[in-house]
Design a protein around this ligand. Structure first.
Ligand code: TEU
Ligand code: CA
Length: 552
């Protein structure tokens, strides 16, 4: 069956960092509207908007205080309606971020909920008594500290898997589910085209709330009792029945630490839950006892094994999403490629090829199409991310990591690497703002910016444009079966796609050396669909070379 979201390429906009139209240093909705033609030129089909709802911005909009209002820094509902209409005029769809595992503590529901034990909104959230004068259990929050916050008014604790300003909603409560479905319907009626669902696999908690395993020596891990929880499939099926199935929309669920068996149900062709999910396996490689904070590189073989597993196990049963980057991840060219002046362009193109030719719906995070790099800021003061700042204090103050080491980890893996302002041109602040940007612009904007790349046919931008166009032209890219090749290679990522009597051979060199590769020599007649080198050497892939060959 033809489904538009399988044929689409999705572009993620992080509104705060995309384009500032009024000089307050913060990106906004009018800034997005002004740049829709740029996205049209790139050829993407759908924009995923990170949250634009009213929020006190403890976690940059992932803490929502009103689901039906626009964050004042981003503009007004009229600005939103205009942006939606202008996008639709250009054939671009809009995917909204749906954050319903938690709200802001400033949401009216929580303001009520914390007032008294018999408040009608009390059970909208998860309240528990303390145990022996301490937290109800040992769970840590994803942003440091305990996952429980004591509240004096009623002498009880509420659960927050993220910051204490992000209390978790109680999905066991039917009223909560109904409120969420009503709100989703409201947005669907407005004409939006789908939802990216924030940590949606965390909404069903194990109701016994047991202590978790203590890995970092500080707090217990809540994930075994929260991720892919007992009623998750029931809730998603209900949501599908009540809302999703009534509209021609697409859905992608962010599934933190999901198990592939569960993901296969969320994204199952027949299961009536979601269209696809973001799993975390490839971006979690290299994690240690202190979580993601590492400054080591991941060996290619591990990356291949992980991604190939999802490709093969999903075949014919479920649909994959494909991503390297988003607003929580470091820049891919810095992470899996090489961001030195010599290899940045060629390795960014190689990574794009490797991802876009796999089976699934590809996602491009703003600036990825320019080959934007990590920020590498030396001082903690230059970072804004709550996760980064909290982790720095918690890990260094408890002696789990030295301050120097932690700064290296932040440069390698911190979320602000993705969030530095979009680099539009060579004017002050990369053309992002005429004011002071909320997060420093990467000083490399003089070399890396959209204006220059649009003019240069050999740029990373033009390469992405071509990759996106190829998807529209060759069905094999959407529907071909995936088969991995050269599994033992530690340097080359190679695979084939197969559809009817057609084959598409993809090979990517992940190193800065020439590496032997005979795959192409065996094919006598084929059509090169794309490559980041104009000429090839027989039996060899050059540094970061990527080649795609279609043949029968
Ligand atoms: O992310 C889920 C999440 O758990 C992240 O904290 C992720 O593990 C981490 O950033 C990796 O470094 C979603 C959103 O994408 C993120 O921006 C939010 O902060 C989080 O949920 C809470 O809403
Ligand atoms: Ca602004």
């Amino acid at each position: 069956m033809k489904q538009w979201w399988k044929e689409s390429v999705i572009y993620q906009v992080y509104p705060r960092s995309f384009a500032d139209s009024n000089g307050d240093g913060i990106g906004d909705l009018n800034g997005i509207t002004e740049h829709l033609d740029y996205l049209k030129e790139l050829g993407i089909d759908v924009i995923w908007l990170s949250p634009i709802y009213q929020s006190p911005n403890d976690d940059n909009g992932y803490d929502i205080s009103d689901y039906r209002a626009i964050m004042k820094e981003f503009g007004t509902m009229e600005d939103f309606d205009r942006m939606l209409a202008e996008a639709h005029k250009r054939g671009i769809k809009i995917l909204m971020d749906l954050v319903v595992n938690h709200t802001s503590d400033e949401h009216a529901w929580f303001v009520e909920s914390r007032k008294s034990k018999d408040n009608p909104y009390r059970d909208y959230y998860i309240w528990k008594d303390g145990k022996d004068g301490k937290e109800p259990n040992n769970w840590g929050s994803n942003f440091g500290g305990s996952a429980w916050q004591y509240d004096e008014a009623t002498d009880m604790y509420y659960l927050h898997c993220f910051s204490k300003k992000q209390p978790d909603l109680n999905w066991e409560n039917e009223k909560v589910r109904k409120e969420v479905y009503d709100m989703m319907t409201w947005w669907c009626e407005k004409g939006i085209d789908g939802f990216r669902m924030d940590v949606i696999n965390m909404i069903s908690k194990d109701q016994t709330f047991p202590d978790g395993p203590v890995e970092d020596g500080l707090y217990g891990n809540h994930q075994p009792y929260v991720c892919d929880g007992p009623k998750i499939h029931e809730y998603l099926k209900e949501m599908n029945r009540e809302v999703l199935s009534k509209y021609d929309i697409m859905t992608v669920g962010e599934a933190l630490n999901t198990k592939i068996e569960h993901a296969m149900q969320y994204a199952g062709e027949e299961s009536g839950e979601l269209n696809m999910v973001f799993h975390f396996e490839h971006v979690s490689l290299g994690e240690t006892l202190v979580g993601k904070w590492t400054n080591k590189k991941v060996p290619l073989k591990e990356l291949k094994q992980t991604l190939n597993k999802w490709q093969t196990q999903f075949e014919g049963k479920a649909w994959n999403s494909l991503y390297w980057d988003n607003h929580d991840q470091p820049r891919v060219v810095s992470r899996f490629g090489n961001d030195s002046p010599m290899y940045r362009v060629v390795s960014a193109k190689m990574l794009a090829t490797c991802l876009h030719m796999m089976k699934g719906t590809p996602y491009v995070f703003q600036g990825e199409e320019l080959g934007m790099t990590n920020a590498y800021y030396d001082n903690l003061e230059d970072y804004r991310d709550i996760e980064t700042i909290n982790a720095y204090h918690e890990l260094t103050e408890n002696g789990l990591i030295t301050e120097e080491e932690m700064m290296e980890c932040i440069k390698n893996i911190g979320r602000d690497n993705a969030r530095t302002p979009m680099q539009w041109d060579k004017t002050a602040n990369a053309g992002f703002t005429t004011g002071t940007p909320w997060l420093k612009v990467n000083p490399n904007y003089l070399l890396i910016n959209a204006e220059d790349e649009r003019k240069d046919p050999n740029s990373v931008f033009h390469y992405y444009k071509k990759l996106i166009a190829l998807r529209k032209e060759y069905e094999i890219i959407v529907n071909g079966r995936f088969e991995s090749l050269m599994d033992d290679s530690e340097e080359i990522y190679a695979y084939e796609r197969i559809l009817g009597d057609e084959r598409m051979l993809v090979a990517c060199n992940f190193t800065d050396k020439e590496v032997e590769c005979c795959l192409f020599d065996a094919v006598s007649q084929g059509k090169e669909l794309i490559s980041n080198y104009k000429q090839h050497k027989k039996g060899i892939l050059r540094p970061y070379e990527a080649r795609v060959l279609l043949y029968k």
